[in-house]
Ligand binder design. Sequence first.
Ligand code: HEM
Length: 140
Amino acid sequence: MKDIHSYWAYLVLAILIFAVVNAIIGFTQKKQFTDKDLRIGLFTLIVSHIQLLIGLGWYFMSPWYKALKENGAEVMGDKAIRLLAVEHPIMMILAIVFITIGWSKHKKKIEDAAKFKTFAIFYGIGLLLILSRIPWSNWF
Ligand code: HEM
């Protein structure tokens, strides 16, 4: 589970960066919002939700959750463990909430520029939140 989560993260980051760049280009160059753009947004949503499920699955069988339950104060006092047991999971869930809101908000927009803008903002915030709390030193 941990390994799948670790490898799936490459896919999440790659597609999310691609989706944000695509949205920024679409917005700034006033492009038409096509089926391709819709699929990029949808694929990003699906891939990130799968990561959420894998992450939750691993979390509840991980030593980090056990440590938090049994020794919360010590976990909160240790920067490295707090990142894995608390900060990373909460921030990733928040990031996926932003991505999900972005997806549903874009559907209500009529103009192409507004759709691109919604993706750029919400998927962009999701990307920044993810980048801010990935345990980089464990990953590489
Ligand atoms: C977009 C969402 C997410 C991304 C991109 C992501 C990415 C990553 C990455 C790159 C690592 C380091 C992997 C390694 O050590 O090789 C990691 C670790 C971890 N992730 Fe996530 N994650 C996401 C969501 C979640 C969620 C929602 C949870 C739990 C609720 C979670 C729980 C964990 C835990 C517990 C670890 C520590 C693994 C360990 O060393 O035991 N992740 N994540």
